[in-house]
Design a protein around this ligand. Structure first.
Ligand code: NAD
Length: 360
């Protein structure tokens, strides 16, 4: 892998390799855009086959964080930290060292949690400084609840686009994953009169949704449920070529980052007549609240969260008008905004960020 070449293709500003021999910390902090404000992005601790795979993941995820910021109206750019989980020798120490690296970036990068980063990691990270773990303040509700609310607005916009009716009552929604986002999403939808069919790998977690009124199915069955909306809220890459053919939903709209392995699956969904709402358009609720609080001190972001629905509508209309997939339409819209900012001299870019290759 030619790292600098990949960075040029993706329009990345900076990538920091982090390593500490004693703790076994090894990973990458990718800062895609540091000119629109702080670069926001979570810390992912994951098993990668090698460091090149980890680096590429950080490049892809940080680029899509920039698109997320742009489309959500957040004054910031995208970033992502990925840590190679199986190289860690002393986790507590590794997170402390990572905290020092992040502190050394002096606020350019604002981190938060992502897949595989747990509460004990946060505590260790913050012990050694990292005052820049600011994505979500204690003054706000849990991040997953904000994300779930944004997803609801996105779902309504998608229903309106398909049926001319954004009403949730009487709809069937299938949810994969009942964690920080999936469970509050299930609760919101049940309260609005939806029938919720859901699953989780963890039976105790699934039980919580059952108590709220959701029907629980085996995880392997979730993609075959006949539904109005399928909401993947677990891991990325779940809608691949094999299970995509089994889908029996009309709309895919969920929180899981990078739920499609590549943009090709967006084309396949488009060809099958299934409306796909790009994850980075609909899952920005926590980013909106976290960054908004940090920048303004406000705690009520109702207007901004509702705007997620308006953005989803605009993306779907653009895709319809141009005959492209909604993924392509969303990226095109984000790039146009970046280009306008560049032309107005607001956030000039020296590279080719606005027309960069989509690494998703
Ligand atoms: P989480 O770890 O709290 O919950 C994920 C849940 O999915 C877990 O309960 C896990 O057991 C379950 N799960 C994993 N694989 C599964 C499978 N194959 N079938 C069924 N269940 C499965 O994570 P989260 O914070 O709820 O995030 C969910 C997704 O949304 C992630 O992709 C994350 O990157 C994305 N996201 C989250 C936020 C947020 O605010 N938390 C914001 C934006 C995007």
């Amino acid at each position: 892998m030619e790292l600098l070449d990949w960075m040029a293709r993706g329009g990345h500003d900076r990538v920091l390799a982090v390593q500490d021999f004693e703790s076994g910390l090894q990973g990458w902090i990718a800062l895609h855009n540091t000119r629109r404000g702080p670069a926001y992005g979570g810390i992912r601790v994951w098993r990668y086959r090698n460091e090149a795979e980890a680096a590429l993941d950080s490049l892809r995820l940080s680029q899509s964080m920039t698109y997320k910021c742009v489309l959500a109206g957040v004054a910031g750019g995208g970033a992502k930290t990925v840590i190679l989980a199986d190289r860690i020798k002393n986790r507590n120490l590794a997170m402390k060292k990572l905290g020092q690296f992040i502190e050394g970036l002096n606020g350019v990068y604002r981190c938060g949690p992502d897949v595989g980063f747990v509460e004990s990691d946060r505590i260790a990270l913050q012990q050694e400084g990292s005052s820049f773990y600011t994505c979500h303040s204690e003054n706000l509700r849990p991040a997953g609840e904000a994300t779930a609310e944004g997803v609801e607005f996105g779902m309504r916009a998608a229903l309106d686009f398909v049926d001319g009716n954004s009403e949730l009552s009487g709809r069937t929604v299938a949810i994969q994953g009942l964690g920080a986002v999936g469970l509050p999403l299930a609760e919101r939808l049940l309260n609005k009169g939806c029938r919720v069919v859901a699953c989780d790998l963890d039976p105790t977690t699934a039980e919580k949704a059952k108590r709220l009124g959701a029907s629980i199915v085996e995880p392997v069955k979730i993609f075959e449920i006949e539904s109005d909306i399928l909401a993947p809220c677990a891991m990325g890459g779940v809608l691949h070529d094999l299970n995509l053919q089994k889908l029996r939903c009309r709309i895919v709209a969920g929180a899981a980052n990078n739920m499609l392995p590549s943009p090709e699956q967006a084309n396949q969904l488009h060809d099958r007549g299934i409306l796909y709402v790009p994850d980075f358009v609909v899952n920005s609720g926590a980013l909106v609240e976290g960054s908004g609080f940090e920048q303004t001190g406000r705690t009520d972001f109702d207007v901004e969260l509702r705007r997620i629905g308006a953005t989803v509508s605009a993306v779907l209309q653009r895709a319809d008008a141009s005959g492209c997939s909604s993924h392509e339409a969303a990226i095109g819209m984000a790039r146009e905004i970046l280009e306008q900012e560049n032309n107005l001299g607001e956030h000039p870019h020296s590279g080719r960020e606005a027309e960069a290759e989509d690494l998703a």
